[in-house]
Design a binder for this molecule. Sequence first.
Ligand code: ADP
Ligand code: MG
Length: 407
Amino acid sequence: MTFARTADPATTASHAVGAATELFRSLTGSDPVGVWSAPGRANLIGEHTDYNDGFVLPFAIQHRTAAAARLRTDGRIRVASTFAAEPVEVALDDLETLFPSDGAPRVAEWAAYPLGVAWALRALVPAWAAGTFAGVDIAIASDVPVGAGLSSSAAIEGATGAALNELWGLGLDPVALAQAGRRAENEAVGAPTGIMDQMASTLGQADAAVFLDCRTLDTRAIPLGFAEAGLEVLVIDTGVKHAHSTGGYRERRESCERGAAALGVAALRDVAVADLPRAAELLDEVDFRRVRHVVTEDQRVLDTVAALAAHGPRAIGALLVASHVSMRDDFEISIPELDTAVDTALAHGAIGARMTGGGFGGAAIALVDHDRVPAVAEAVRVAFAEAGFAEPHLFTVVPSAGPHRDV
Ligand code: ADP
Ligand code: MG
């Protein structure tokens, strides 16, 4: 049985913290001065709405990325990760040159995440130019599955940002750290993602989701009450890796931009469900379906927030399923493994299920009665075997807190 019972958040955090500390010691021969960690996230609902100025409802999970760090005196930054073969070291003054605005980063892609955060923090802190920042060594380890749609990218950005925020005495709030993470991902890595993941990670709270208006960046903690209702969130990680920096994600964004331009609005956030017939007249068939997904998904997020408040988590199942169908048929970002995961979970008693994350791979989530979790997990495993898919990775996630200093 490959299904792991709900992890103890304290245990998973200490795993990454311990591994980062160990890596730091082997890298530098000394102890870090501190270890900071930040969570990955699962998106309950609201997919591909973030870069359309819309609404999302993610929650931080107990899986975390840890950054063990210590200042150095020579103005250089070195990053290492258990995920990568080689550390990368560069002078802080040369960070700029690693991330040309018109091309791929001149550094191993993984290192563009933490180095990109360091670079992005400069824009927020004018004192940088005066050379007041010491160099730093950072060693990173993570419990967040990479490329599974659980935002290992926001976790590494959040952990790096939390470490630098304290070591450099920047005093930035969680929203500013989220913005630095997004800038790193967009401009240093070159992945045109929205700000949802970073906000979900930096503003995470136990037992709550982050309701985020991606236009105003207003947030509200939305109590989820899963445990109280006897529900668990089962993650079905298909193991199929996606990469945000390539193809399909960018094409979807371009469809959305064309849709907004044709409709004469700043972003698809400004289009109501009632406006869709007009969109159908103005857009080609494919762009229209992309637009319909985003517009209806925004409404489903609002409906989910309302349903949670009025009736609790058992009332949101149909909205999760409608979200999946929209992503499968209109936005066309699902894959057979994700559809099998969702269909099988629902057939075996899940209250709701949908793919989560940017699509083209990654994970699905299913909202399942506590007692039924093993049966649903087993059914998914069997269905994957019968379809000839790789064995999925099954585990439950718990809405958890944002970044903090662990040591
Ligand atoms: P997701 O955020 O869904 O996991 P992304 O493609 O957005 O997937 O981000 C994954 C990328 O982030 C990895 O390919 C790697 O470059 C970087 N990354 C994430 N976690 C780590 C880590 N612990 N160490 C080094 N790089 C990491
Ligand atoms: Mg990501």
